[in-house]
Design a protein. Sequence first.
Length: 152
Amino acid sequence: MSRGEGRSAARLAAVQALYQMDVTGKGVADILAEFEAHWIGREIEGDEYKPAEIAFFRDILEGVLADQVAIDRQIDDILVESWPLKRIEAVMRAILRAGDYELRKRADVPARVIVSEYVDLAGAFFAREEAGMTNAVLDALARKTRAAEFAR
């Protein structure tokens, strides 16, 4: 497994974990234990969950939780006023939060890679229109947070 595949799997796991925390109210310790022991790298009900870069998974999950207020504010600044983040479906919220976290805190990953990865994730869960919305929001966040990368 390549580093890129491990990170892609970590992003998917982080989005799923954030979603699960959002809808069930479980804490981070329970979610980390559950995902690392029972989901990542396992087959569940015929679905194969690829091995993930665990440190990257933990970084995204814990980073989103630590900065969630600032992340949510930044996403709300991009979204249309009549559709704040709290009105967006839980999986989409998780995708946008994880993408924003990476754009803000993972300078080692190019912004275009981050946007592309999360748009692909949105495409796996939603129709084309929602994936396009993900692209628009994350691209705007990327250009705001990492303007230097786009000035080149």
